[in-house]
Design a protein around this ligand. Structure first.
Ligand code: SF4
Length: 386
């Protein structure tokens, strides 16, 4: 799919003229929508764009895809489902509906841009709106959906600017063109399986120590583990000391080893090589890697060029804290963090993972965040409220 920013100046002006409000009863947009559950509404993309076209007939030469992109770019709380590059449906919270209006937006504190405005005028309007948002947050006022969308756009943009290229995932990073040796792939998977609820560097050091020193760098590490009966392997957990939750982590490795031997011929490459990210993540979850670790593994494999497609962030404590504080002013749960990352960068949420983790480990400490040094402070709800 082409970059979201393509589309020209009119897209900026058009998107700026769309306003959100709590107008669920407004029939312009909801009459053909379906309520999926208590919080989600979905509508076929064709219906959605048709209503936008009725309101903005002057934009009729452009494609449905461009129309939806323009709207979603400014309103990331709306989700689009694609089949290939074709938008299929649009979903949003039942607490929101769309009011497409020609009315000036000043009352809602948003910028209003005339159809013949220059891009410079649009920029000035958006700047003013953004500044108003911050003042309202500082004053403890209610932030409009449009204001929040603009702040979220800034947060996403800052995070992406601070993403390193390329990210280093150890030995496996050396095999971007394929041909990753079985031993390297297996060691990578073991390190990832240990990388939860403890310092990541220590977890990876423990994984390498287990494979190379404790087990002697065998050709098939999974067979080496399962050659011990489960209870015997469990009895070694304290001695091996590979995780702060040594019993549980140790036992999980044995269970995963059994599946690796029986289902993947003892080679982690067989889980993901030549697979789409969605397939790889499902296989890893079925293996027992857990939802968040599976997301991290697939993201890392994508960074290493071994899996294609988009993927979610690993919603660990840092991601939940940083995203929650930055957007809502308080920590959020893993499911909400995954959803929020999708809203911030729907093309590929994983691209936000490292910069969020980095902010979390550098500035956004659990007890006292060091906002003065953090590059998100100008747009972070927590920092603005504080
Ligand atoms: S500005 Fe402060 S609260 Fe916000 S993300 Fe940065 S460190 Fe965390």
């Amino acid at each position: 799919m082409k970059p979201l920013n393509s589309g020209g100046n009119w897209l900026r002006r058009f998107a700026t003229r769309l306003r959100l409000g709590a107008f669920l009863s407004d029939s312009k947009i909801t009459e053909s929508a379906t309520i999926i559950d208590s919080t989600t509404i979905t509508e076929p993309a064709a219906n959605f764009t048709q209503k936008l076209r009725e309101k903005y007939p002057q934009q009729s030469p452009i494609s449905d895809e461009q129309l939806i992109e323009a709207f979603i770019q400014k309103n990331p709380q709306y989700r689009v489902t694609y089949r290939g590059i074709t938008p299929v449906s649009v979903s949003w919270s039942s607490e929101l509906s769309v009011l497409v209006t020609d009315q000036p937006a000043a009352a809602a504190g948003t910028a209003t841009v005339a159809e013949d405005s220059t891009e410079t005028t649009a920029d000035a309007g958006e700047e003013a709106a953004h500044s108003d948002t911050k003042q309202r947050i500082v004053a403890g006022g209610v932030e409009s959906e449009n204001d929040r969308s603009e702040r979220m756009r800034q947060i996403a943009s800052l995070l992406l600017e601070n993403r390193p290229q390329p990210e280093d995932w150890g030995e496996i990073s050396n095999f971007k063109d394929g041909g990753c040796p079985k031993k390297v792939a297996n060691q990578f998977l073991i390190c990832c399986l240990l990388d939860y609820q403890m310092d990541a560097n220590v977890a990876w050091q423990n994984g390498i120590r287990l494979v190379k020193e404790i087990l002697g760098n065998p050709e098939d590490v999974w067979q080496e583990i399962t050659k011990f009966p489960r209870h015997e392997w469990a009895s070694k957990s304290k001695e091996h000391n590979i995780h702060r939750f040594y019993n549980r982590a140790h036992d999980r490795l044995w269970r995963v080893s059994e599946v690796m031997c029986n289902g993947y011929d003892g080679n982690a490459n067989n889980i993901w090589v030549n697979k789409e990210s969605s397939v790889a993540v499902e296989r890893l979850r079925a293996l027992g890697a857990g939802e968040q670790i599976s997301n991290m593994i697939v993201g890392a494999l994508r960074d290493c060029g071994q899996v294609v497609g988009s993927s979610d962030v690993k919603a660990d404590v840092h991601v939940c804290r940083v995203l929650g504080r930055a957007v809502h002013g308080e920590e959020i749960n893993p499911n909400a963090a995954i959803e929020l990352a999708r809203q911030l960068h729907r093309d590929d949420p994983w691209k936000l993972d490292w910069p969020i983790w980095n902010v979390g480990t550098t500035y956004c400490k659990k007890s006292v965040p060091e906002c003065s040094g953090c590059y998100l402070k100008e747009d972070c709800a927590y920092a603005l409220k504080s």
